[in-house]
Each structure stands twice: as structure tokens, then as C-alpha cells.
Design a protein around this ligand. Structure first.
Ligand code: PLP
Length: 394
């Protein structure tokens, strides 16, 4: 007899690799001291919110609004939705209004709301691998079936693989751009090609294939043009958050937006608001929604991340690791020097006190993920360690 649900019991025994590395990290830190452990395993933003955020917090604390902490509409605070719409319009040259923006509990909440709103039992969701491992649980939450589609060696789309994965049951595909765990950017031309491909499938089968464009690293783009999903993808659910862009991960400030002329827009909006309400987590707290409504801009310079990207790339190159050059986000996904990436990560932890996550945890063995959302000092100090780690396997 199970006390907890079988499915959760199974998931707990399989346990996430990120979690395992976290626990291993805690153990190593208690033995060797925090300063002697090189922890590259976590995806926590290292850059704090801009000064204007704290200014608004102070101003609010000095003059709080009466009733300002009671329930708000399930779609989110109207002025926050308006602010987010303007932010998107500035970025993507669109004409979104507050009406078609739903505030959510992070991009994670938006993904769950989106899936809950469209999935019927047995419907399929295509997930490109390697992938952010939480996706499979979100698909499960909506009683959907996850179908995995490998990206090419260089992590670009492989349309032959997509042709195998797609079917009349495909209700959605999830894109993540910039990409966790590889740091790659899907270029505009690939988004356009993908859209053409999906539209042709929809016409052939008389189905709707929703593109859940998961963009929580939206502003963390260091090279090349910012891709514009609104200019490329027709059946677009745009999903993002300020977890990374503004360092507000703990505040759970995310959103889901569709175009005002999205087919059946009213039904979709009603479904999103219903799902946001009945999933129980609602959207970000009213205070953080109020703060961003008052800020002049939701854009922040990201040179601190770019600096870390450049430094980390240099350290890995000098050590002789092979990887596809990362263009955004804060992850790099090098090849493991040995095929067994779990073994590699174990040796890195035990012999070198260096924590990285095995690629298998993201559905792509033979690699490891490293987060450079860490101090510059840690990146610099890790240079000789990564060299030794690489030579260990040569
Ligand atoms: N999607 C991807 C690809 C992520 O890496 C993350 C967080 O790490 C999320 C979604 C969730 O972000 P949020 O904090 O906005 O819920």
C-alpha cells in the first residue's frame, strides 16, 4: 500500500539530478567549507533586481495603499498586465494589450496554466531534448503525454526527428529560447521554418498545434539578434517571467500572453483565467505586481552575465572541453570527456569538489550542464581545477 501517490513515489525514487547534486554539494560544503566547493549546478540568478525596484518598494512601504493587500483579479493586476504588454510591445514590435496578458506564478505557472487550458486526455506535447526536466511533470499535471524529439548534435532542429515525433495527437510543442541547458538561441529563420512546417501539419490534419514559447531568459542574450516569436509563429503562447531578467525568481512574477487577434481569443483567455484560479497557486503576489507597474522600464543591462559567459567559455576552452558556443541564458552544455556522464560528474564532485549536472538528467547523455550564474571569483578560481579534471580523463 502506498501512502503517497504511486506516480510521485516513482518520481521521488528517480529523483532529479539537480536535486542530487544539490544534496551532494551540501555534504561537500560541510566537509571542505563553502569556499572550497565549486558549485556550478544551480540555476539561481546571481544579479539582484535593479535599484528602481527597491525605490518603488521603499516608496510603497512609506505610503501603503489601503486594501492594497487583498485579493486581486485572477488574471492579475490590470496595471501590471498593462506594463507587461508595453514591455513586450517594445521588445517585439507587437500590439498586445492588458486584455490578453495573464499574470502567472513564474514561467512555470504559465506553462502549467497553458497546458491545463488546452490538453484533453491522451493529447501529446512535443519536448525537444535536451530539455528543462520540469516540462515532463508539467505535461503530466495536465494529463498529457510527453513525446521527446532530439535536437541535432549542435542543438538545432532536426526536422527528420520532428517528422517522427509529430502526429495528429500533437496538441502543443514547447520551445525554450534561449535554451536551458545548452545556451543556444533558435534563430529567426528556424522559427519561421518551424511555423511553416506546423501550419502545413495543421492543415493536413485539421488540428491545432500550440507553440508554448518558454522565454524566461528573454533578456539574457549576448550575441546576435533577439529572436521575435511574434513575427514568426502563428499559434503562439508567449511565456516568460522576470525571474532571470530582473533577478526576481523568488517573487514568482511570470506571464502568459497571446495576440489580440488569436483565433477564439475569448475562449482561450477564459480558460487561462480559470486554470490560473483552479490550479490554486494564482499569480505573483500583489506587491511585486504593483512594484513593476511603477517602474520606468522592465529592461535591465545584462553585462554581468555576459562577462561571466565570456570568462566561463575561456576557462572551458583553456581546459580543453568541447561545447557548442553559448549565446544566451546562463548555461553551457559541454561534452563529457567519457561517455558515462554520471560517472564524470561523480568524479568531478568527489575528487575535485566541482559540482555540475549530468546530461542524462536533461535527456542527453554524454554531456554535462554547468551554470555560470556564479561569482566571477568562482569562475576564475575554477580554471586550474577544470584543467586538472579534464586531464584526469585524458
Ligand atoms: N523554463 C525554463 C527553461 C527554466 O530554466 C526555468 C527556470 O529555471 C523556468 C522555465 C521556470 O522559471 P520561473 O522562475 O519563471 O518559473
Amino acid at each position: 500500500a502506498y501512502m503517497i501517490a504511486k506516480e510521485i513515489e516513482q518520481n521521488l525514487t528517480q529523483s532529479s539530478w539537480i536535486r542530487k547534486m544539490f544534496e551532494e554539494g551540501q555534504r561537500l560544503k560541510s566537509i571542505h567549507g563553502t569556499e572550497n566547493v565549486f558549485d556550478f549546478s544551480l540555476g539561481n540568478p546571481i544579479i539582484d533586481p535593479p535599484a528602481s525596484y527597491f525605490e518603488q518598494l521603499r516608496a510603497y512601504a512609506n505610503a501603503p495603499i489601503q486594501g492594497g493587500h487583498s485579493y486581486i483579479p485572477n488574471q492579475g493586476l490590470p496595471e501590471a498586465r498593462q506594463k507587461v504588454a508595453e514591455h513586450m510591445n517594445g521588445r517585439f514590435n507587437t500590439n498586445i494589450t492588458a486584455q490578453t496578458v495573464t499574470m502567472t506564478s513564474g514561467a512555470a505557472g504559465a506553462l502549467n496554466v497553458a497546458l491545463k487550458s488546452i490538453m484533453n486526455p491522451g493529447d501529446e506535447v512535443i519536448i525537444f531534448t535536451p530539455y528543462f526536466a520540469e516540462y515532463k511533470f508539467y505535461v503530466g499535471n495536465a494529463n498529457g503525454v510527453a513525446v521527446y524529439c532530439p535536437l541535432a548534435e549542435d542543438f538545432t532542429f532536426d526536422f527528420n526527428e520532428l517528422e517522427k515525433a509529430i502526429s495528429p495527437k500533437t496538441k502543443a510543442i514547447i520551445l525554450n529560447n534561449p535554451h536551458n541547458p545548452t545556451g543556444q538561441l533558435i534563430p529567426q529563420s528556424d522559427l519561421e521554418r518551424l511555423n511553416q512546417y506546423l501550419v502545413a501539419k495543421e492543415q493536413e490534419w485539421g488540428t491545432e498545434i500550440h507553440v508554448l514559447y518558454d522565454d524566461p531568459y528573454s533578456q539574457l542574450i549576448y550575441d546576435g539578434n533577439v529572436p521575435n516569436p511574434f513575427a514568426a509563429i502563428e499559434r503562439l503562447f508567449y511565456i516568460s517571467s522576470f525571474s532571470k531578467d530582473l533577478g526576481l525568481a523568488g517573487e514568482r512574477l511570470g506571464y502568459l500572453a497571446i495576440r489580440p487577434d488569436f483565433p477564439s481569443v475569448e475562449q482561450y483567455m477564459a480558460a487561462f483565467v480559470f486554470a490560473n484560479r483552479t490550479l490554486g497557486f494564482g499569480n505573483a503576489t500583489v506587491t511585486v505586481q504593483r512594484m513593476i507597474s511603477k517602474m520606468d522600464t522592465l529592461t535591465q543591462e545584462q553585462h554581468e552575465y555576459k562577462k561571466r559567459r565570456d570568462a566561463m567559455v575561456q576557462v572551458l576552452e583553456d581546459a580543453g572541453f568541447e561545447f557548442v558556443y553559448p549565446k544566451g541564458g546562463f548555461f553551457i552544455f559541454p561534452k563529457s570527456p567519457i561517455a558515462d556522464d554520471t560517472k564524470f560528474c561523480q568524479v568531478a564532485a568527489e575528487e575535485f569538489q566541482l559540482l555540475v549536472v549530468p546530461g542524462i538528467g536533461f535527456g542527453r547523455a554524454g554531456h554535462f550542464r554547468l551554470s555560470y550564474s556564479v561569482s566571477m571569483e568562482q569562475i576564475e578560481r575554477s580554471a586550474p581545477v577544470l584543467k586538472k579534471l579534464k586531464s584526469y580523463f585524458s
